[in-house]
Design a protein around this ligand. Structure first.
Ligand SMILES: CC(=O)SCCNC(=O)CCNC(=O)[C@H](O)C(C)(C)COP(=O)(O)OP(=O)(O)OC[C@H]1O[C@@H](n2cnc3c(N)ncnc32)[C@H](O)[C@@H]1OP(=O)(O)O
Ligand SMILES: O=C([O-])CC(=O)C(=O)O
Length: 506
């Protein structure tokens, strides 16, 4: 059993781990989990906690053979089943809706939003271990859930916390790489450069060069994934301090949890902000199935597209650092993760142009002017969702609980009341509702993190958990190199014409 070494946090956690603090006892969590499992299509055979497994890698070692056998069975039994059809519209329209990828940590329902291993955000808030009974869940517990499909015990979440601390040291050359970049380099560019600099530490790359057997790829991949998850908060904090503060890199505090320590290294010690960071990391951690192609790039002849935040790059056995950095370049696109920066900037324009207390008519005009200028309204719309993003809703609840008097929070609600109608009237927007990015900036600025250019780095730190979890499973399940077929428009026309003439002849 992992021991929590911090006296301060340990005392808090002991309290919260008691059944009295947890709304559900272990037995009822198990019952709840298995009920939920029956209702969802989670690939895992069980979501019940396994309190006896003290550390994550041991638990994965137990689960992997079962999952390998299950995948083999799925392929044998259902290998020929048609999942859907691909139309010309889909090929031109960014592959939207094509079912063609395995992604275990999360699943998106167009109407109810994301589920992490079958659990909705409110369920995660209820079930995952917390520091305070009425607080937000620990991302360390979420990481256990993402990796194993099981709700962890408090001890298991704390074991993850300890494991991450033991891996958190960022080698000295990373800071030198950041220092070499010109001032004014966007924080996301610094972030991917920093991740690439960390790649010198890749255990996977070394093991591959040393000739490791493919059946063991997941082991060094796990090492890299956990090292990378452990190190990105310090890297991000370093970028923040250098770009926006006095340049001094603040040391971590081993008495704090992952999120609290991250906030602390950036220079924020308000416990309520630490709570916000816990929520923020949890809800931004995993991608929706089939992330957008915002970061896609085609290579010349073979048309292989690299998308989905690192997974496809990883399928070429690029190590986790290379894969994660590739994914972060996609996240840095303004239609994807950069939208949170764009959103706060847009709200600031609203305040500058028509005031924080603008009337609904004034707001409506402002939104129409944004569209007329050929721009999108950031924070609204989604490639898959067709309802308000539950990640927006839980941030709104946090805002109402902790900062309801903040005029920017009120502005965000007023914007919610105006934007969907204006977008719907264009007749082309498939989802007029707010997404996760519509609220996050206003919460961060309330606690003093006002530099919006940094926001996507926070998103990236959180996303490491989901993306790297999948990479471990890709290697554990022996998934192959990904290579969707591309066509030229000429080939599409020829195919369609041939099909039409065959049908006419029949
Ligand atoms: C974490 C995340 O990545 S969440 C998404 C963050 N991104 C944003 O908030 C940026 C604003 N939103 C958008 O640009 C889009 O809604 C996206 C990129 C998220 C989804 O794109 P799509 O799946 O193509 O959306 P959809 O099918 O509704 O698009 C149809 C049309 O409506 C437009 N549209 C969609 N959302 C918006 C919006 N918020 N403002 C203005 N126009 C929009 C599209 O640009 C497209 O126009 P076009 O036909 O002239 O090219
Ligand atoms: O899935 C998407 O299209 C974008 C998104 O909300 C995310 O990655 O969190």
């Amino acid at each position: 059993m992992a021991l929590w070494r911090s006296a301060r946090l340990g005392a808090q956690l002991q309290k919260s781990s008691s059944a009295a603090c947890n709304p559900l006892s272990r037995t009822s969590i198990a019952a709840f989990s298995s009920r939920l499992l029956n209702q969802t299509s989670s690939l895992f055979s069980t979501a019940q906690p396994h309190p006896e497994a003290s550390d994550l890698q041991t638990r994965l070692r137990e689960l992997i053979p079962e999952e390998q056998a299950r995948l083999k069975e799925i392929r044998k039994k259902y290998g020929n089943v048609v999942l859907g059809e691909t139309t010309v519209d889909m090929a031109i329209g960014g592959m939207r809706g094509i079912k063609g990828m395995i992604w275990e940590p999360s699943l998106l329902d167009a109407n109810e939003g994301i589920r992490f291993r079958g659990f909705s955000i409110p369920e995660c808030q209820k079930l995952l271990p917390k520091i305070k009974p009425d607080g937000e869940p620990l991302p360390e517990g979420l990481l256990w859930l993402l990796m194993t499909g099981e709700v962890p015990t408090i001890e298991q979440a704390l074991a993850v916390s300890e494991e991450l601390k033991s891996r958190a040291k960022v080698p000295g050359h990373v800071e030198r790489v950041l220092n070499a970049l010109p001032s004014g380099t966007h924080p996301m560019t610094q972030f991917t450069a920093g991740i690439m600099a960390l790649q010198t530490e890749s255990v996977f790359a070394k093991a591959y060069a040393g000739g490791i057997h493919k059946s063991r790829y997941w082991e060094p991949c796990y090492e890299d994934a956990m090292d990378c998850i452990a190190r990105v908060p310090a890297l991000a904090a370093m970028i923040y301090r250098k770009t926006f503060k006095d340049g001094k890199v603040l040391p971590g505090d081993n008495n704090l949890d992952y999120s609290g320590n991250f906030a602390h290294m950036m220079g924020f010690d308000d416990p309520q902000f630490h709570e916000l960071m816990r929520l923020y990391i949890v809800i931004h951690s995993a991608k929706y199935k089939l992330a957008p192609v915002a970061g896609a790039m085609n290579d010349k002849e073979d048309g292989r597209s690299y998308w989905s935040e690192g997974e496809m790059v990883g399928s070429a056995l690029s190590d986790p650092y290379l894969s994660f950095a590739a994914g972060m370049n996609g996240l840095a696109g303004p239609l994807h993760g950069l939208a949170n920066q764009e959103c706060l900037r847009w709200l600031r324009h609203v305040v500058d142009e028509i005031g924080v207390g603008a009337s609904k008519d004034e707001l409506q005009q402002f939104v129409q002017d944004t569209l007329k200028a050929g721009k999108v309204v950031p924070g609204f719309g989604h490639a898959v969702l067709r309802k308000t993003d539950p990640r927006y809703t839980c941030q709104r609840e946090f805002a109402l609980k902790h900062l309801s008097d903040n005029p920017m929070v009120k502005l965000v609600s007023n914007v919610y009341e105006v934007v969907p109608d204006v977008l719907l009237k264009t007749g082309k927007v498939n989802n007029p509702w707010p997404n996760v990015d519509a609220h996050s900036g206003v919460l961060l600025q309330h606690y003093g993190l006002t530099e919006e250019n940094f926001y996507t780095v926070l998103f990236g730190v959180s996303r490491a958990m989901g993306v790297l979890t999948q990479l471990v499973w890709d290697r554990a399940l022996g998934l192959p190199i990904e290579r969707p077929k591309s066509l030229t428009t000429k080939a599409i026309v020829e195919f369609c014409e041939k099909k039409a003439s065959t049908m006419a002849a029949a």
